[in-house]
Design a protein around this ligand. Structure first.
Ligand code: MN
Ligand code: MN
Length: 465
């Protein structure tokens, strides 16, 4: 054998290979990926908040034979159940053929996304303009949220206990809202601020009206006009804002990005881009060996606290209740369980290469990303999956020809972040982060690759099957 042929062959067998997914899939798979992307975009456009994602997920589950879980149900292999947690989080399960004490295969994704929440006393008039005060939710670059169309979603609980669902700005012909910004001509002083305060938290005020009620010269007539419109539409008074959850999100719809239409741009990919593939995986899961469980959770973007977040007990309680149905103990089920913490990772951006260590970051189109650890500053705040468990996931993905890559969240000491992985691992579950690489993460318009989304669905399917 020639010397250079020998090196070439040896390289082929010893070095790791990382390739664009397009080189590694069939034409059929490409077509399946494009079809999946269309279905995902439909889900995205209808699911801009955790409540909408939860109720749409529930509808999809119900129409695919899932029934509400009840304590002490008689369950057998193939049965499909779900539990809706307060309309903001949902757990679905397909009972496996193996004993429950062999553990469940759990995919956990979140359905909340960064946004602007209305304060509890939001409505005011200033110089004959009506505005809403907001408090941003999750980690945002505040300046990105000015001068873009916003829609308003949520629920109002009125004085008599009845509720009104709000959704304005999504339908063709609906009005939209916006946070105003200064014109460059008069922004000399503003542009001297650091980017953190280019738009300050208390400047995230949403413009909602400018006409006085009845053309009356009464003070606060513009505010009165808005309150009157809200009263006619939802039967609400100003005090009802106190018991409301109203969220302003980007009003634009998911669309293809690129002349080659290879990518999807949208608000809220993080983390519906993992939640939707996880949901689809459990719907397509027919006869799993281990019981398959998908949890779509709330509150990840604010640290997972609260009774709809994964720091609460709602997931272990569900596992307890499921174990009870088989006369088993929940903790024995958890200790034997495996989890893919399904969340996005940052994709390499050639415009900002400095934040990444290019041998260990995730790339658009190189498939679903497996992240062994997250956290920051010396792996602080991470669960750091074991070599054994990463080995299990690796074998699983390779055996099903899933295109995947590994990726760390940015350079060492470059920043960092966490996911729900640590909270699930803390329940004594083997857990690793697996998800889609995203460009412009947490911006009002995030970008993912269609092939990566599809490979994420394939990974979750392989795991729950
Ligand atoms: Mn996320
Ligand atoms: Mn996030």
């Amino acid at each position: 054998m020639e010397k250079n042929t020998e090196s070439k062959n040896l390289k082929e067998s010893l070095f790791s290979k990382s390739k664009h997914a397009a080189y590694r899939i069939s034409a059929d798979e490409k077509a399946a990926s494009d079809k999946f992307a269309e279905e995902y975009k439909t889900f995205l456009n209808a699911s801009k908040t955790e409540r909408e994602a939860c109720s749409n997920a529930e509808e999809i589950l119900k129409s695919n034979g899932f029934v509400p879980f009840e304590a002490n149900m008689t369950l057998k292999a193939g049965d499909k159940v779900y539990r809706n947690n307060r309309g903001k989080a949902i757990i679905a399960a397909v009972i496996g053929s193996a004993p429950i004490t062999d553990g469940v295969h759990l995919c956990a994704a979140h359905i909340d996304s960064p946004r602007l929440d209305l304060k509890q006393n939001p409505l005011y008039e200033d110089h004959e303009l009506a505005l809403f005060k907001t408090h941003y939710y999750g980690g945002i670059k505040k300046y990105q949220w000015a001068a873009i169309p916003l829609s308003l979603h949520g629920v109002v609980i009125k004085a008599d206990g009845s509720s009104a669902v709000v959704n304005i700005g999504e339908d063709e012909g609906d009005p939209v809202f916006c946070v105003t910004d200064l014109l460059p001509h008069l922004a000399t002083e503003q542009m001297k601020r650091s980017a953190v305060s280019l738009i300050r938290g208390e400047e995230l005020n949403i413009l909602i009206g400018s006409l006085p009620f009845n053309n009356d010269e009464e003070s606060d007539a513009v505010k009165l006009n808005i309150m009157n419109i809200l009263n006619e539409k939802y039967g609400m008074t100003e005090d009802d804002f106190i018991s409301a959850e109203l969220e302003a999100v980007p009003a634009f719809r998911a669309c293809d990005v690129g002349l080659d239409r290879s990518m999807i741009g949208s608000y809220g990919h993080d983390d519906r881009v993992c939640a939707y593939p996880a949901l689809r995986a459990i719907i397509d899961c027919q006869n799993p060996v281990n019981t398959a469980v998908v949890v779509l959770t709330d509150k990840e973007e604010t640290g997972s606290d609260g009774n709809t977040g994964l720091c609460s007990s709602y997931l272990p309680y569900f596992i307890d209740d499921l174990a009870d149905c088989f006369g088993a103990k929940g903790r024995h089920v958890l200790s034997a369980s495996k989890c893919l913490s399904a969340d996005v990772n940052a994709a390499f951006d050639p415009t900002f290469p400095d934040v990444m260590e290019q041998k260990n970051c995730a790339y658009i189109n190189k498939g679903v990303c497996v992240t062994k650890f997250t956290g920051s500053r010396g792996k602080s705040g991470t669960s750091d999956a074991s070599a054994e468990f990463v080995g299990f996931v690796r074998r699983l993905l390779d055996s099903k020809d899933v295109v995947w890559q590994t990726g760390e969240l940015g350079k060492v000491d470059g920043g960092g972040g966490g996911t729900v992985a640590a909270y699930i691992a803390n329940l004594d579950v083997d857990t690793v982060d697996v998800g889609v690489p995203v460009l412009c993460m947490h911006a009002p318009f995030e970008v993912v690759s269609k092939l990566d989304v599809y490979m994420t669905y394939r990974a979750f399917s392989a795991f729950v099957e």
